[in-house]
Design a protein around this ligand. Structure first.
Ligand SMILES: Cc1ncc(C[n+]2csc(CCOP(=O)(O)OP(=O)(O)O)c2C)c(N)n1
Ligand SMILES: CC(=O)[C@@H](O)[C@H](O)COP(=O)(O)O
Ligand SMILES: [Mg+2]
Length: 620
C-alpha cells in the first residue's frame, strides 16, 4: 500500500497534532482521503465498516478541535473508531486489525494513549467520561471529556444512569449522539422514535440553516451563549428529554458537514456543564454499497471494493450453531403458541431473522438492553409464556443479577440460547464468552448444557425448552463438527452423559466444543472419552464409574478453569473422598487477545495437539 502516493494528505498525519496544524480548508480533503483509506484497508482485512464510514468527519473534527490525548474521546462500543485509529498513529498497521498481534478491534488503553477507555460492549461511554471528568476536576486538571455514543448504544440503560448522574451534578462533559438511525439492524424503540421525530420535525431543517449561519459567521453569538445558555437552548428543538435531564441539548446538526462540526465543537468546548450534541450521520457514508445496505456492511470479511456486493459464503451442507438455533426456534414456535423470542439488538447474529419475519408478534428486539431482556422474559414466564432469550455469552454478563434475582430465584421457565460461547476470535477479549459455565453453574435451579455437535444442540434446545425452570444451552461461534441435524423434537435425559469411546487407563470427560478434539486424542491414546453434555446437573454416576475403572481423569472444557466444569468434577470427587490423579484442561486465568478461533484454541492448548501434549506430560 503506497500511502504517500495515494493518500498525500493523510500521509502527513501521524498523530492528531498533525491534524491540528492543517488549515480549515484541508479538513475536507483529509476526510475524503481518510474515508478512501478506511475503505481500502477494511477491504483487505475485513472488520467493522459501515459505522466507521459514518464517523469520518466527526473524527477529524474532534481531533482538530480537542487537544487529544489530554482531552479524552470515549468511543462507545468502539466499532466506529477505525478512523480514530488511523489518525492516532496506527494507519500503517490497519490491515492487521483484528488479527493475532495486530491492531485491536476496539479502542484499548494498552494500545494507544489516544484510546481513553477500553470498549467493546455498548453504553459505557457516558459513565466512563463522567468518571474522567470528575477525577480531572478533583485534580484541578483542565481536560475536556467527550463521550461519543450511537443511537443504538444510547438505548442501553447505563447511558441513562450516567446522564441521570451527570445532569444532577452539572458535570463538565460533552455527550455526542451519533444518530444514524441504525443499530446493527434498524434501530428500534421509543427512544429511536423520539430521535426520528426530532430529525423529521420541521424545526430540524430551519435549525440547521439558522445554526449554520450563526456558527459560521458569528462566534460572538457563542460567547454570548456561554453567558446565557438559554440562548443556546433556543436554537434547538424545544423541550427535549435531554434538557430535562440537565443537559444543554444542541442539534440536530449534519454530522458530515465538517465546517459545521468544527464550529459547533469549538463553541460547545467553551460551555460549562453537561452538553448533549445530537449529530445526524449516515451509516455507510461515502461507499455506495454500504450506504445501500449498512447492515450487511456492519461487520465484513475482506471484500473486493470494486464490486457492489460482499463475497457470498460458500454453500455448505452444515449449518452453523446459530443457524441450528434459528431453525429450531421457528420449528418450535410453529408447534407451541406460548413460545416468545427475545433478542437484545442481535437479530442477525443470534439467528433470529426468520423467526422475526414468521412470528412478528412473538418476536421482541428490545434494543441494546440485556438486563431488560432477561427480566422481560421473567415477566412473560410468570404469565405462562415460554420465553427464549437469544443472547451472546459475553452480553449475558450484563444481565447477571436479572438472571439470578428475576429468573432463577423464582425458578421461572426461561430458556437461554447462549451463542458465541468460548473464544470468539477477532473481536478479542471483550467479546469472548469464557466465563458462562462458571457463572451459570453456581446458580441454583439452572440447567446448563453444552452440545458436542449440531444435532445435540437441537436436542438440548428442546430439552431446555421442556424443562420446567431456567435452562441454558451454550454453543460456540461458527460451525460444529458437522453432524446431521434431525428435524424432530427429541430430548436428552437430564444429567445424562454418553460414552463416545471406550479405552483403558485414562478417562477424558469433555464438554461441548471440546468433545471433538477429545475424541481424536482419546482414540490416539486409547483413552475412554465421555461427552458430558451437562455442566449442571453433572452426571455423577458416570464420574464415579470412570473414577473406579480408570487410573487418571482428564476434564476438558472451553471455559476458564475457575468455577467451570472441571472444578465441578473436582468438587464432586472431593465430596466423595475419591483421591486420584485429575488433570483439568481449560482456558487459562487471563484474558485471551484476538486471533482466529483456531489460533486462540491452539494458543490455549485446547486443540488436538495441545490437549495431547498436556495429557502426555501429565501421565509421563
Ligand atoms: C452490551 C452490548 N450489546 C450488544 C452489542 C453488539 N453491538 C455492537 S454495535 C451494536 C449496534 C450499535 O448501534 P449504534 O450505537 O447506533 O452504532 P452504529 O453501528 O449505528 O454506529 C450492537 C448491538 C455490544 N457491543 N454491546
Ligand atoms: C461490535 C459488536 O459488538 C458486534 O458487531 C460484534 O462484533 C458482532 O460479532 P459477531 O460477528 O460474532 O456477530
Ligand atoms: Mg446507530
Amino acid at each position: 500500500m503506497n500511502i504517500a502516493e495515494n493518500y498525500p494528505l493523510l500521509h502527513t498525519i501521524n498523530l492528531p497534532e498533525d491534524v491540528r496544524k492543517l488549515s480549515r480548508a484541508q479538513l475536507i480533503p483529509l476526510s475524503k482521503e481518510l474515508r478512501e483509506f478506511l475503505t481500502h484497508t477494511v477491504s483487505l482485512s475485513g472488520g467493522h465498516f459501515s459505522a466507521g464510514l459514518g464517523t469520518v468527519e466527526l473524527t477529524v473534527a474532534l481531533h482538530y478541535v480537542y487537544n487529544t490525548p489530554k482531552d479524552k474521546l470515549v468511543w462507545d462500543v468502539g466499532h466506529q473508531a477505525y478512523p480514530h485509529k488511523i489518525l492516532t498513529g496506527r494507519k500503517e498497521r490497519m490491515p492487521t486489525i483484528r488479527t493475532k498481534g495486530g491492531v485491536s478491534a476496539f479502542p484499548k488503553r494498552q494500545e494507544s494513549e489516544y484510546d481513553a477507555f477500553g470498549v467493546g460492549h455498548s453504553s459505557t461511554s457516558i459513565s466512563a467520561a463522567l468518571g474522567m471528568a470528575i477525577a480531572a476536576e478533583n485534580k484541578g486538571e483542565d481536560s475536556r471529556m467527550v463521550a461519543i455514543i450511537g443511537d443504538g448504544s444510547i438505548t442501553g440503560g447505563m447511558a441513562f444512569e450516567a446522564m441521570n448522574h451527570a445532569g444532577a451534578i452539572d458535570a463538565n462533559l460533552l455527550v455526542i449522539l451519533n444518530d444514524n438511525d441504525m443499530a446493527i439492524s434498524p434501530n428500534v424503540g421509543a427512544m429511536n422514535n423520539y430521535f426520528t421525530k426530532i430529525i423529521s420535525s420541521k424545526l430540524y431543517s430551519s435549525v440547521r440553516e439558522e445554526s449554520k449561519k450563526v456558527l459560521s459567521g458569528l462566534p460572538s453569538v457563542w460567547e454570548l451563549a456561554k453567558k446565557t445558555e438559554e440562548h443556546v437552548k433556543g436554537m434547538i428543538v424545544p423541550g427535549t428529554l435531554f434538557e430535562e435531564l440537565g443537559f444543554n441539548y444542541i442539534g440536530p446538526i449534519d454530522g458530515h458537514d465538517i465546517d459545521m462540526l468544527v464550529d459547533t465543537l469549538r463553541a460547545v468546548k467553551g460551555l460549562s456543564g453537561p452538553v448533549f450534541l445530537h449529530i445526524v450521520t449516515k451509516k455507510g457514508k461515502g461507499y455506495a454499497p454500504a450506504e445501500k445496505d449498512p447492515l450487511a456492511y456492519h461487520g465484513v470479511p475482506a471484500f473486493d471494493r470494486t464490486k457492489d456486493c460482499l463475497p457470498k459464503a460458500a454453500p455448505s451442507p452444515h449449518p452453523t450453531y446459530t443457524q441450528v438455533f434459528g431453525r429450531w426456534i421457528c420449528d418450535m414456535a410453529d408447534k407451541d403458541q406460548r413460545l416468545l423470542g427475545i433478542t437484545p439488538a442481535m437479530r442477525e447474529g443470534s439467528g433470529m431473522v426468520e423467526f422475526s419475519e414468521c412470528f412478528p408478534k412473538r418476536y421482541f428486539d428490545v434494543a441494546i438492553a440485556e438486563q431488560h431482556a432477561v427480566t422481560l422474559a421473567a415477566g412473560q414466564a410468570c404469565q405462562g409464556a415460554k420465553p427464549i432469550v437469544a443472547i451472546y455469552s459475553t452480553f449475558l454478563q450484563r444481565a447477571y443479577d436479572q438472571l439470578v434475582h428475576d429468573v432463577a430465584i423464582q425458578n421461572l421457565d426461561v430458556l437461554f440460547a447462549i451463542d458465541r460461547a468460548g473464544l470468539v476470535g477477532p473481536d478479542g477479549p471483550t467479546h469472548a464468552g469464557n466465563f458462562d459455565y462458571s457463572f451459570l453453574r453456581c446458580i441454583p435451579n439452572m440447567l446448563v448444557m453444552a452440545p458436542a455437535d449440531e444435532n445435540e444442540c437441537r436436542q438440548m434446545l428442546t430439552t431446555g425448552y421442556n424443562y420446567d425452570g431456567p435452562a441454558s444451552v451454550r454453543y460456540p461461534r461458527g460451525k460444529g463438527p458437522g453432524s446431521t441435524v434431525n428435524t424432530d423434537f427429541s430430548e436428552l435425559e437430564i444429567g445424562k452423559a454418553e460414552i463416545r469411546h471406550k479405552g483403558g487407563r485414562i478417562a477424558i470427560l469433555a464438554w461441548g466444543s471440546m468433545v471433538t478434539p477429545a475424541l481424536e486424542v482419546g482414540k490416539h491414546l486409547g483413552a475412554t472419552v465421555v461427552n458430558m453434555r451437562f455442566i449442571k446437573p453433572l452426571d455423577e454416576k458416570i464420574i464415579l464409574e470412570m473414577a473406579k475403572s480408570h487410573d487418571v481423569l482428564i476434564t476438558i472444557e472451553e471455559n476458564v478453569l475457575a468455577g467451570g466444569a472441571g472444578s465441578a468434577v473436582n468438587e464432586f470427587l472431593q465430596a466423595e473422598q475419591i483421591l486420584m490423579p485429575v488433570l483439568n484442561i481449560a482456558l487459562p486465568d487471563r484474558f485471551i487477545e484476538q486471533g482466529t478461533r483456531e489460533e486462540l484454541l491452539a494458543e490455549c492448548a485446547l486443540d488436538m495437539p495441545g490437549i495431547l501434549s498436556r495429557i502426555e506430560d501429565f501421565c509421563a
